[in-house]
Design a protein around this ligand. Structure first.
Ligand code: FHN
Length: 443
């Protein structure tokens, strides 16, 4: 991965962002794509959207939830595929300012989250399901496509002109058009002229020449992502490191949908914690989604989960924020590792009560081992090349995932056998470890 420009250094420091999918679709309670997935009548949907008036919306309250959750930035949907704009766009009347709500929700969000010290992200869908040209081949009506593309470019210009510093711009909905048809390079140039420090994601359309590659040509590319444009990769519903750029895994906090779905199952705190720790261990961020309800309230079920993670981050955030790729050796029987230079953070998914953690793969001696919960020094024993950390308190005495700060005495090195994972590398590296074979009667 190329070096990260100074103006983008906040992103890996942040590690944890709040994704917010909110729009008139929240009135239906069946996710953000209800217009298409229920094939609703467009005119009926637009009528409902124009009447939408979420009077309980309080951006300051949302920012408070974000801070309590330990989030360092947020990304709000300014316009999803349904076409309804949450800001004062001069290019359409289909906005929260010109319709019943009479408010510029993006302005309120930006002001409150900036005031709270959070980095500002704006999500913008290139797709607009109301517009015929979006669904059509460009060649079928080039003039209509060009008018639509200019509308899109113009709205991006508005969002980067009228709302102060925007730290991250999150495109979506490029499918089925290519980065060439969207004129994404021109769009990105305009964006960087307006906001030189801005971080832009990779969902700017697949390059024409990549259109025929099988989807599996790269594990982190999804339909609509560009291989060359964009500062950050955006694996969705998966946590797969993008080898070429910074990345954030976007994940839902309920079972599947991004927009508000009352009655849906919520993912548990351990599942959400696992995603955050796994993303950090692989050197990426987690962008965890919430779908506020039609009145503008963030569901209590999200707040409870988010606060639990926030409390853990108050004690153990040093193992997440600003850490590097830490998946140094196979640690799956205990949990996750993150790293800060020669310090390893051992994040335990569970505490089995044994009071000890064996680290057979680690060749480098440990200078110190400390349980972050309570800043408790732990004992280090070494014998036959195996380091064991002992003195872990019982599960009842530790809230959340136990985290050990393991300070290595120099560069982190592994025993040769451990450099490859099981089912990888030269299997003969394990011969000295075996006890015999069938011919000697030992089976
Ligand atoms: O179609 C959208 C979907 O509704 C949602 O916004 C997600 C969030 O990353 N993006 C698209 C699906 O990949």
């Amino acid at each position: 991965m190329s070096t990260i420009p100074a103006e983008h250094a906040w992103f890996p420091q942040a590690r944890y962002g709040m994704f917010i999918h909110w729009g008139p679709y929240s009135q239906y309670g069946r996710g953000e794509q209800v217009l298409f997935r229920d094939k609703l009548d467009q005119a009926e949907y637009a009528k409902m959207a124009k009447q939408w008036n979420p009077q309980a919306f309080d951006a300051t309250e949302w920012a408070k939830v974000a801070l309590e959750g330990g989030f360092k930035y947020a990304v709000l949907t300014t316009r999803h595929h349904d076409g309804y704009c949450l800001w004062d766009s001069k290019l359409t009347d289909y906005t929260s300012v010109k319709q019943a709500a009479g408010r510029d929700f993006v302005h309120e969000y930006v002001e409150a989250f900036r005031e709270a010290g959070l980095r500002i992200g704006l999500y913008y869908s290139l797709a607009d399901w109301r517009i015929k040209a979006y669904w059509n081949d460009v060649a079928a009506d080039p003039k209509a496509w060009d008018a639509f593309r200019q509308y899109v470019h113009g709205q991006v210009r508005e969002l980067l002109t009228d709302y102060g510093q925007v730290d991250e711009f999150w495109f979506d909905g490029a499918w089925p058009h290519t980065q060439e048809e969207w004129q994404s390079e021109k769009l990105v140039t305009m964006m960087r002229d307006l906001q030189p420090a801005i971080l832009i994601n990779n969902r700017l359309g697949v390059r024409k020449k990549d259109m025929n590659h099988p989807k599996d040509h790269s594990p982190v590319e999804d339909v609509g992502t560009s291989r060359e444009l964009g500062d950050i990769g955006t694996p969705e519903h998966q946590i797969v490191a993008d080898p070429n750029r910074m990345w954030e895994s976007c994940q839902v906090s309920t079972h599947r949908l991004w927009g508000h779905t009352p009655g849906e199952h919520w993912r548990t705190v351990p599942v959400l914690m696992d995603m955050l720790c796994e993303a950090a261990s692989k050197g990426g961020n987690l962008l965890l989604n919430v779908g506020p309800d039609a009145t503008g309230r963030i569901p209590d079920a999200f707040k409870e989960r988010s606060r639990a993670i926030g409390r853990w981050l108050e004690t153990c955030g040093e193992a997440i924020y600003g850490t590097q790729h830490g998946d140094v050796f196979d640690f799956v029987i205990h949990g996750y590792q993150t790293r800060r230079e020669n310090t390893l953070y051992l994040i335990l998914r569970f505490n089995d009560g044994s009071g000890e953690i064996r680290l057979p793969a680690l060749k480098t001696q440990l200078k110190a081992a400390t349980l972050l919960q309570g800043d408790l020094p732990l004992k280090i024993e070494s014998s036959n090349g195996v380091t064991t950390i002992t003195g872990l308190p019982s599960p009842a005495e530790i809230e959340g995932y136990p985290v050990i700060r393991a300070e290595c005495d120099g560069l982190i090195e592994l025993h040769p056998w451990a450099k490859d994972r099981l089912w990888c590398g030269d299997p003969k590296r394990m011969l000295d470890w075996t006890t015999g074979d069938a011919s000697a009667g030992l089976t």
